[in-house]
Design a binder for this molecule. Structure first.
Ligand code: ASP
Length: 315
């Protein structure tokens, strides 16, 4: 039997059991499991790692619980601007989009960029034009409206604050039980190839076209069969400054670290040194998987052909 693995995350941050209701906890667990199952079935049928990570992200982008696709947070101007990236570790092909609006599944658009353009990274209006050309599904503004995201934004829109979706120190009281996040997936397929994908609405009240780490190859997303596939979540500015996902790959390639050792160094030493809160998921070409975070929690799950099947939220 071939060896394959899918790992997903739904964001990291101040996610505490005491802030969660049993029904919300169940809703998160069910959708994370659904994303794992969808990808697993694809991998079982011989699908590629790229197909698997994309399928997982579409499940999560379509669910309002997460800060990506449908559930994306509001910008300073009161709209949703989304970022996404995908990378194929077998050939280092990559596709990314940032600041796109009304695209139902930004990860689908990123995949189109990877497979059907001569480019890696498209932004804003140009990326939206490309979406139309490729026939990627668009949705009206109402599709992306959710009352809790709106309330989250309303609470800080008149300030210069911007906030990580699931962590808001100033507004902790107000934000109780409203912690949702960026999404990501990494996979190893039966052919021995790995891939990574990440999708996000970014940070609430972001302005000036702020882009985080998620769509940046080497920062929030990276895949290379020689080393690892990584998808990050957390305070994007610090992940960009740390070139976090590529650093994991470098530690493996040049220093001989295992996947988990490399992820621990980046998440617990390097990111912590600059107050970079968050986490990451990873897989290597042997099927080792790891989920590492320095925050209180990270929505996450893993399913492997060796019988591992687990979803969890807290430390
Ligand atoms: N890393 C994302 C960003 O900074 C946010 C998140 O992970 O929730 O845009």
């Amino acid at each position: 039997m071939s060896n394959f693995t899918i790992v997903v995350h739904g964001g990291a941050g101040t996610i505490l059991k005491e802030d969660m209701t049993p029904s919300l906890e169940l809703a998160y667990s069910e959708v994370l499991q659904e994303a794992l199952d969808k990808s697993y079935i694809l991998l079982e049928k011989g699908g590629t790692a790229v197909d698997a990570v994309k399928a997982a992200l579409i499940v999560l982008e379509d669910n309002v619980l997460f800060n990506a696709g449908r559930g994306s947070v509001f910008t300073k101007k009161g709209v949703q601007e989304m970022d996404a990236a995908i990378m194929d570790g077998s050939n280092l092909a990559a596709g990314a989009v940032c600041g796109v609006r009304n695209v139902r599944n930004p990860i689908e658009l990123a995949t189109e960029v990877m497979l059907h353009s001569n480019h890696v990274f498209l932004s804003g209006k140009g990326a939206n034009d490309f979406a139309i050309k490729q026939g990627v599904k668009l949705e009206p503004d109402e599709y992306f409206f959710s009352q809790f995201r709106y309330d989250q934004w309303k609470a800080i829109r008149d300030s210069d604050n911007y906030s990580l979706d699931h962590t808001n120190h100033q507004l902790e009281e107000l934000m109780r039980d409203k912690k949702f996040g960026t999404i990501g997936a990494v996979a190893l397929d039966g052919m021995g190839n790995i891939a990574a994908a990440t999708s996000t609405g970014g940070m609430t009240n972001k302005k000036y076209g702020r882009i985080g780490d998620s769509p940046l190859i080497g920062a929030g997303t990276y895949a290379n069969n020689k080393t690892c596939a990584i998808s990050c979540t957390g305070h994007g500015e610090m992940f960009i400054r740390s070139v976090a996902s590529y650093d994991v790959s470098c530690l493996m390639e040049y220093k001989g670290c295992s996947l988990e050792e490399a992820m621990n160094i980046v998440v617990h030493d390097k990111l912590m040194a600059i107050q970079g809160e968050g986490g990451m998921i990873g897989v290597d070409a042997k099927g080792n998987a790891a989920m590492v975070f320095n925050s209180a929690g990270m929505y996450r799950g893993v399913k492997t052909s060796k019988g591992v099947n687990m979803v969890s939220i807290y430390k």
